[in-house]
Design a protein around this ligand. Structure first.
Ligand code: NAP
Length: 304
């Protein structure tokens, strides 16, 4: 049984000069449950103490809650304002382009405003990674590229990414951009394996994009599987988790990181102890056989 390599302690973000931890921490769920600035600060510190310096948010996070659009960014901005030394310790990623009820807008004017508004809410003068959250089919990629290149040239943004784009949409935007795209952000987990088979990760390797995996635990479904197929996936993960003395969720992060594209799972938990636990994934060794057993379970059929 051949061991697959362990993840490196830092990864380069695409072709950029930015170094990030192999795991990210995401703030989609941060503005839920009326979390205070102190609560948010505790979570940021939990991530940093776990060796996670890569923080992912979006302007839309919090939209469904009391604070509304922008509230997760605002909360992080208050954390950064209260403790300015944190800014240089984190690689700050955010996204824009979803605007309910439109639902998407990537017009030049809107993108410029979205980036400026995020800078204001986050109380920073630079965003390390700015991502288009979902594709706006009504925007011409040449127009989008011009705004994104300008954002980098002006120093407001250091690196660019996209999320939920098709391969064709990525190729079209990359064609018009002067800057290279640094990241993609598809949904990937042991329960959501489409991008392993459909060419998305192959394209990421070809273009040198760092793929960030959203909902790496299937939004929590891996912790409480319901269907027969989901249970088969967790059984295959548990074999490795038990043999290495880690939890199933830790094994799942490690399974994603064992892929040669250098996937960065975005830890979605908002509990400090679970964020701390995620760091154990850097020590989990997958064998080819164990890795493919999870894939076969996820496909729901033996591999040919
Ligand atoms: P996830 O890790 O798949 O799911 C996290 C959820 O699972 C949390 O509600 C967590 O609850 C729960 N959970 C249950 N048991 C757990 C355990 N043992 N360990 C850890 N979590 C457990 O990730 P996600 O929150 O769905 O997404 C992660 C990040 O991806 C987001 O924060 C965001 O940055 C990004 N994202 C991006 C997009 C996009 O379109 N680009 C879409 C969705 C998400 P607790 O908080 O109670 O631990």
């Amino acid at each position: 049984m051949t061991d697959l390599p362990l993840p490196p302690s830092f990864r380069q973000l695409g072709h950029s000069a930015i170094a990030v931890s192999p795991l990210a921490w995401g703030m989609w769920r941060l503005a839920e449950h009326g979390r205070s600035v102190a609560d948010a600060a505790r979570l940021v510190h939990a991530a940093l103490e776990a060796g996670i310096n890569f923080l992912d948010t979006a302007d839309i996070y919090g939209f469904d809650g009391k604070g509304g659009f922008g509230s997760a960014e605002l909360l992080l901005g208050q954390v950064l304002a209260a403790e300015p030394a944190l800014r240089e310790r984190i690689v700050l990623a955010t996204k824009g382009g979803i605007l309910p009820p439109l639902p998407y807008d990537q017009s030049a004017d809107y993108l410029r405003k979205a980036i400026d508004d995020s800078l204001i809410r986050l109380k920073v003068d630079r965003i390390d990674l700015w991502q288009i959250h979902r594709p706006d089919i009504l925007a011409h990629p040449q127009e989008t590229a011009r705004v994104l290149d300008d954002a980098v040239a002006s120093g407001k943004v250091r690196a660019l990414g996209i999320s939920n784009f098709t391969q064709g949409q990525i190729a079209a935007l990359a064609h018009f951009l002067g800057e290279k795209l640094a990241t993609s952000q598809p949904e990937i987990s042991p329960l959501r394996i489409a991008s392993l088979d459909n060419g998305e990760l192959d394209q990421a390797m070809m273009l040198g994009l760092t793929p960030m995996a959203w909902s790496p635990l299937g939004g929590g479904r891996l912790a409480a599987p319901e269907t027969a197929r989901d249970k088969a996936v967790t059984t295959a993960l548990d074999v490795v988790a038990q043999s290495q003395g880690v939890s199933r969720t830790v094994a799942a992060y490690a399974w994603l990181m064992a892929h040669p594209a250098g996937i960065v799972p975005i830890v979605g938990s908002q509990q400090p102890e679970r964020i701390a636990e995620a760091a154990q994934a850097l020590k989990v060794r997958w064998t080819r056989q164990g890795w493919y057993a999870v894939l076969a379970a996820a496909r729901g059929e033996p591999l040919p």
